[in-house]
Design a protein. Structure first.
Length: 178
């Protein structure tokens, strides 16, 4: 990204986009959750994972937070990039495109490589974890915890990190087959 201003990820806009498409298609929230899950139906059948709960989607209306991993389900269903939900950012450039994933795969954030890139830049700039946490408006533990994270962080923090790195979110998203 060329503009180094760190923009907020607009979870409310993501919810509105989901709700707009849901309404357009005449779907209930449980059916939207089913459709999100069905995008990776072959993988889900092999893994015997539990599906996304409709409340994960509807709670965004009152609590503007979602995990970075859940957001990928939603973005995939909408055919949108994470950057398209940054307040005031252009968003739909080709370099922001997420990887294509078939029904045998799921989009996942590569949190450990994101941590490595963040740590390398932090060291190169002579920043402490506390310094970087102040820049990214979070705690040091939220940043250092990404080194061993097994599941997710908030989408808002993941997007602040990639913007600080000056890289598209897609650089840290892969198609998982486990």
């Amino acid at each position: 990204m060329t503009d180094q201003r760190i923009r907020a990820f607009d979870t409310r806009a993501l919810y509105s986009a989901l709700d707009g498409r849901r309404t357009e298609l005449g779907l209930s929230w449980p059916r939207v959750a089913d459709e999100l899950w069905e995008l990776s139906s072959e993988l889900n059948a092999r893994r015997r994972d539990h599906p996304i709960s409709p409340s994960t989607l509807t709670n965004m209306a009152t609590n503007p937070r979602t995990s970075c991993q859940h957001a990928l389900f939603m973005l995939r269903w909408l055919g949108r990039t994470p950057e398209s939900f940054l307040i005031g950012a252009p968003g739909e450039e080709a370099r922001f495109a997420l990887p294509e994933a078939g029904r045998d795969r799921r989009l996942r954030w590569a949190l450990k490589p994101m941590y490595v890139a963040m740590d390398e830049k932090r060291r190169a700039e002579g920043l402490t974890w506390s310094d970087l946490a102040a820049i990214l408006r979070c705690t040091s533990n939220q940043l250092t915890g990404l080194r061993t994270a097994k599941f997710a962080t908030g989408m808002d923090l993941a997007m602040r990190i990639v913007q600080w790195l000056g890289r598209p979110a897609a650089d840290f998203v892969y198609t998982a087959i486990w």
